[in-house]
Design a protein around this ligand. Sequence first.
Ligand code: ATP
Ligand code: NI
Length: 587
Amino acid sequence: MAAHSATVAPVAPIRRESTLLQLLRNRQGLIWLSYLVLLVAVALLAPTLALYDVNVTDLAATNAKPFTPGHPLGGDGAGYDIYSRLIWGSRQTLIAVLIVVSVSAAIGATSGLVAGFYRGIFETAASFVSDAIMSLPGVVLLIALYAVTGPNLPAAMGVFGVIVAPTYYRLVRSIVITVRKELYIDAARVSGLSDLRIVGRHVLWAVRAPIIIHSSFIMAAGIGIESGVSFIGLGNPAAASWGTTLQRSFNGIYNNPWGVVWPSLLISITILAFVLLGNVLSDVLQSSSRNKVLSARQRRSVIARSAAVIGEVATAEPSKDSILSIRGLRIGYLTPDGEVREVVHGVDFDLRRGEIHGLVGESGSGKSQIAFATLGILPREALVLDGSVFLNGEDLMADPRKMRAARGRRIAYIPQEPMSNLDPSFTVGAQLIYGLCAVRPMSRPEAREILLALLQRVGIKDPERVMKMYPHEISGGMAQRVLICGAVASEPDIIVADEPTTALDVTVQAEVLDLLRELSEERGLAMILVTHNLGVVADLCHTVTVMKDGRFVENAGVEQIFDSPSDPYTVELLRSSRSVELMEIAS
Ligand SMILES: Nc1ncnc2c1ncn2[C@@H]1O[C@H](COP(=O)(O)OP(=O)(O)OP(=O)(O)O)[C@@H](O)[C@H]1O
Ligand code: NI
């Protein structure tokens, strides 16, 4: 947070849309919400929609194929009409799911709320119980229950609700603990509100979105468990549920294989609906609680209004001998009260071919914003208020298509955390080959050849073997080498590296920095190196920009910065970094 440093351009607040409206505007949200509403309607209207009563069997329906007259989805071995059973089953299934959610949310969320708010002995006890429940084998418990109650779906679902209650407990408790620390709760308390009012007003507001999202996933799990429980025979065979329907059809799978398809399809689609709706909800609810993503029209009007306040800045020409020129770049974010907080205040920047340029400054000074802007990967809610990014004289900022074409091809990126930038479910080789083929038209064997040579070049001893490994099988240093290999493979002109060695061990750091220097010299690569480590800058960079509060305070050759810094802030930065170094040597 560096609000004190930012220029705030007051623009009229933007009205928020209701959550439901945002949900309906999202295509996925609309589809899955409609599906679920339809499902509820079917469950309510079951008596009219079903062709037969729940427990009516019909000799003609025995193992009937689908589209038999009177039995649109066929029948099972006992002569039940599958279509009617599924319609009735939607009732049973939705009731089962409601039991799971209400039991688990009631127990878990309430205890989490109390534990997080009052802490102390209750929290200790509740956390113990929650851990104990989580360590129980759920399915075994359900089977044991069967011995006591017999086939009883509501009881089984209630027990399942207790089993998953700790997930709510943990979620709610951790949120309440953070919210409670925040200032507005203190403010509320000082103004003499009772605990109940504070919980109602502020804490419930903070936990409501996570609870709704989590419930959607629990409902998906509930459907799965209901089907599973009924399928292994713990449900009431007389009551129609999707699980029992599936079980019956499964018993007669050799006589009528189609019978299995319908309930499976219904169960899968409904689980999918809850999970995907949960994802959409999480987008909608969580983004609106922090930063609003504006529509293109709102975005233009905010930018225009803020330009009117600050005044147009004449866009300068790019420098002739630079490969990358940034001119008058201003980036802002909308605050919750609808004002624009500017975090980068009109910076100019030039990068020549083969130059390694260090971008240093304290946390929150805007280094990453500049790196992201160069790559065109600013967060969706970011507002580019003004300015241009010229690559070889072409303005990328003005044309998103050019930006997309340049990204990964002409300008490559090396991230801070190598591990989280590799997909755990694919081998290293598969990801590298996929990435390379996406930016340079070539066949997979060709890409493989290039990458094997490059992996060798970035210091990986046995590239063939590493290609076959999954990310969790390699070390952090190796992962960063792999990503550097991926970045260099597309033969870019510029590499943007945001703290590329922070996540690595000290010994590995030096090796990776050496590698970056060598690659830059070999290939004439220009590099923007974002770092807070002046040692890295002294070691690697030709030129340096020092940033503070969204402005460039000094921009010069590396010798000049270290030998005769002109800005007091640079002097301060050098002094503090030296004292950190001395401390490290002393310890
Ligand atoms: N998505 C966002 N919404 C609102 N403000 C943001 C967002 N992302 C960044 N900011 C603000 O932009 C400013 C600059 O952030 P930036 O990440 O560029 O800093 P940095 O210099 O890279 O810091 P660090 O060294 O911690 O990475 C900060 O004040 C930050 O609060
Ligand atoms: Ni950063």
